[in-house]
Ligand binder design. Sequence first.
Ligand code: HEC
Length: 186
Amino acid sequence: MKHAREWFVIVLLPLVVIGGMYLLRRDPELRNRQWPTQMDASPAYLPQTANPVLPSGATNQMPVAGTIPRGFQPFHYGSGEEESLRAGRELTNPFPATPENLKRGEFIYSNYCAVCHGATGAGDGPIIPKYPNPPSYLTDKSRALADGTMYHVITMGRKDMPQHAAQLSAEDRWKVILHIRKLQGE
Ligand code: HEC
């Protein structure tokens, strides 16, 4: 029995440990036991679940009628040519062409618009001609577009021009127009 101790360490002990783990294993499909449970099972109703307390029976509630979310600017125009011309008559750019506003506009333009409209606004961005050519901003027709009409096109989209209301805040949509005006002046 000279080697009994080594035998125990090399063969028997691992066998006992692995065998023990095997015998005590749990079904991997089962959830782990948890304690304490307060962190997970909060007494508050979770979003998008049924709710017996509220009259609608749902936790998510519609905004109160007649209210608007903080910072949100409603846009009272439908889509289409008529509405974009009406926006041109009724809306003016609330942001003056200060150096900060122009800087922001240029940042938005180079990140969201230049890919199609081109760095100088000529309608020759790197994605063209894989994507239909946008009109150049450097034509008299484009120079004559009212700010409100541009704002409408950016907000609602027009034909191949995707709408950008979800990507850009109202503020940024106005400021990018300042940059387009700057390109048109150059
Ligand atoms: C995926 C390509 C694409 C992107 C990105 C894009 N545009 Fe356009 N844009 C177009 C196309 C195409 C048209 C022409 C739409 C049409 O045929 O009526 C257009 C038209 C316009 C017009 C009207 C021009 C005119 O002379 O009538 C404006 C203003 C405009 N885009 C501004 C923007 C601004 C600002 C951005 C960035 C926030 C932007 N676009 C991003 C493709 C794009």
